[in-house]
Design a protein around this ligand. Sequence first.
Ligand code: HEC
Length: 221
Amino acid sequence: MLVAPLFAGPVAFPFAGAPLGFGDGTAAAQTDAAQSEISPQKPTGHFRVQRPAGLTGADALTIYNRILDDMVAVSRLSSYPAAEAYRYWRRYNTVPYRSAQHGERYVNNYANAKAGAYRHFEAAGEMPVGAVLIKDSFAVTKRGDVFSGPLFVMEKMPTGFNIVSRDWRYVMVMPDGSLFGATNGEGSERVEFCITCHKLAGFENDDLFYVPEKYRVRFLN
Ligand code: HEC
């Protein structure tokens, strides 16, 4: 799948994300980066990311595990029920990876039980009605601050919901918990760019791109 060149167009994410309040910028917190990529400042979870440019997958996972509660607490504010439930679903990526297509953020992919076939990736076939795929995201700035990013949702709706989107409802929840847009609902036009890009994944893939090979969980059962 050769997708990268197609994404060079005017598709951009018009928001920067909301700070989670981590990191106070003190020099002390930034010393001795060699010891650890992530330096705890308080046992309560405030931390500053050291050497953010050189984060390994394990570092990204450590950061993610620390902020997930906060991220879910905020996305719960949206009226979208799955925005809270998803954290108990199966995750399909081993560690958070950077997604150029979702604003250069670190992202994760979850699927609900109805979307269980997602585990077969390209061989998954068409998703059934009720299948929900969720991608959450966060950003790490050059200074080492951690920001929560939007929540990206695809939900398979009944046949006829939207021919262009192949009956997928695309939803984006902002980092403050507000709804940016939902296909056929509030701010529908704002999430049209999701459809435009996801169609490039192709009919045979049900407009899904799947997790990049390198980060796929290999299920043994
Ligand atoms: C420029 C292309 C592009 C745009 C725009 C885009 N996506 Fe994606 N999306 C991808 C790619 C590529 C993947 C898989 C790799 C990854 O995670 O980056 C993906 C993966 C996903 C997934 C996981 C399901 C799958 O396809 O495997 C969801 C959910 C998702 N995107 C939702 C959204 C929503 C909601 C929007 C709009 C707010 C959106 N995307 C906009 C390219 C795009």
